[in-house]
Design a protein around this ligand. Sequence first.
Ligand SMILES: Cc1cc2nc3c(=O)[nH]c(=O)nc-3n(C[C@H](O)[C@H](O)[C@H](O)COP(=O)(O)OP(=O)(O)OC[C@H]3O[C@@H](n4cnc5c(N)ncnc54)[C@H](O)[C@@H]3O)c2cc1C
Length: 460
Amino acid sequence: MSGVPGPAWPSWWQERAARRAPPPPRPPLEGSRDVDVAVVGAGFTGLWTSITLADRHPGLRIAVVERERVGFGASGRNGGFAMTMVGRSIHDLVRKVGPRDARAVHLAMGGTLNRIERFCAAEGIDAELSRPGLLTVSNGPEQDVRIEQDLAASRRLGLDDLTPLDAPGCRALVAAAGVRRGHLEENALLVNPAALALGLAAAAERRGVAIHERSAVTRLEGDPDGVVLHTPEGALRAGRALLATNAYAHAVPRLRRFLFTVCAYIVCTEPLSDAHWARVGWDRRLGVEDRRVMPHFHRPTPDGRILWGGRDAPVSRVGPDPRRDRDPRIFGRLEQTFRSAFPQLDDVRVTEAWGGPVGATVSCLPHVGWLHPGRVAYALGYSGHGVGPSALVARVAADLLMERDSPLLRLPLVTRRPIPMPPGPLRWSLLDAAQRVLQAADDRGGARGPVGRGLVRLLQ
Ligand SMILES: Cc1cc2nc3c(=O)[nH]c(=O)nc-3n(C[C@H](O)[C@H](O)[C@H](O)COP(=O)(O)OP(=O)(O)OC[C@H]3O[C@@H](n4cnc5c(N)ncnc54)[C@H](O)[C@@H]3O)c2cc1C
């Protein structure tokens, strides 16, 4: 982010953030340097982890090395929904990790959202943050079932933080077509994600963390005292290192066993007039998701646009690939679904579109663990839900790196082993087929055949 808006920015958020507060240039790593902890990747995970470490261990020498610029990856391009959700939904989380662990994760996430809000206020980070809540809606009978499952799971955990809404209740919040019912969670933030990433970088630097941009780690090498991270112009000798590269960890064969890259896309309208807003009645300006298996999400932006994303999420066999950041066919489909949901906005133009890489796992849960015990750790795999969870994962990663015994290390994000995928071409055939089946089931309002139904049941 050089401060000059233009095509070099993958997303509208990054352009906006750089226009509002041009970030300082951060020089690449040159020569050899010794630190206690090296963090690879200046997205939310890497930045929150370096801040957590610096706060907990004053004097610890910490450096972040970033291949491009701060917030270049998914952190600067997402929808900006910071939710309690870890995995796909509260129902899905209970099913995967059991009620006790699901409750622990959910409560930890509730506290994490409060912490993000407090941190931004205390550090003067203008992340255009609001706390309007999250409305999750159903657009079909199969989605009605999922809404009820979420409500049942939440009640079962004694959380009581989802309010059921009927169709008029949902439409009173946002007048979108086709909505049948939903639930409202008050504890959910909306942010400008690129501004948050830049603000976190500045906060890390205020704590003495060094951030080197345009410093791709090309090789890791064991060292008697830890690990050496090689970049094109330098080498970072560190006691410990954290790989916070999410989807980009595709480059690491051992992580690629359980991590795959999905391309996610967003379109965004021009700013709406007051008359347009009156037509949708979106007074509370909250975030909205539907309950497809591959959901749509939409939200107002701080300057009065509607951001609309989700649905298509093709797998990239080669990991993050900038050539796939723009896909006119997918942008066209997103515009179509936006127009079906808001026919009353037919005179509003869609003016922005972008995409980015999502690091996904089979369980849809993020994982924190050691790649090389005591030397190199990883924290990744949010499966499209990392804005809020990355701030929790960072505290887990900080505890793991410093071998500090804490209840966070007993969360399933650490204790559950990632599910490996089949090696070779079989993996891609299975992932591609699964995507096609899920997409068709969502579009049709239900899966056909036992395989399709089984797959949808697994992920709903
Ligand atoms: C279009 C889209 C919409 C999304 N919407 C939402 C949403 O609304 N809510 C939500 O919760 N989540 C959302 N997500 C997911 C969320 O953005 C991610 O889970 C989160 O940003 C992950 O942060 P991260 O720091 O782990 O990874 P990233 O932000 O991807 O950061 C990784 C960084 O590592 C750097 N890097 C890679 N390789 C190297 C290397 N070799 N050396 C040095 N640096 C390297 C990259 O340049 C990058 O900056 C969305 C994602 C996308 C793409």
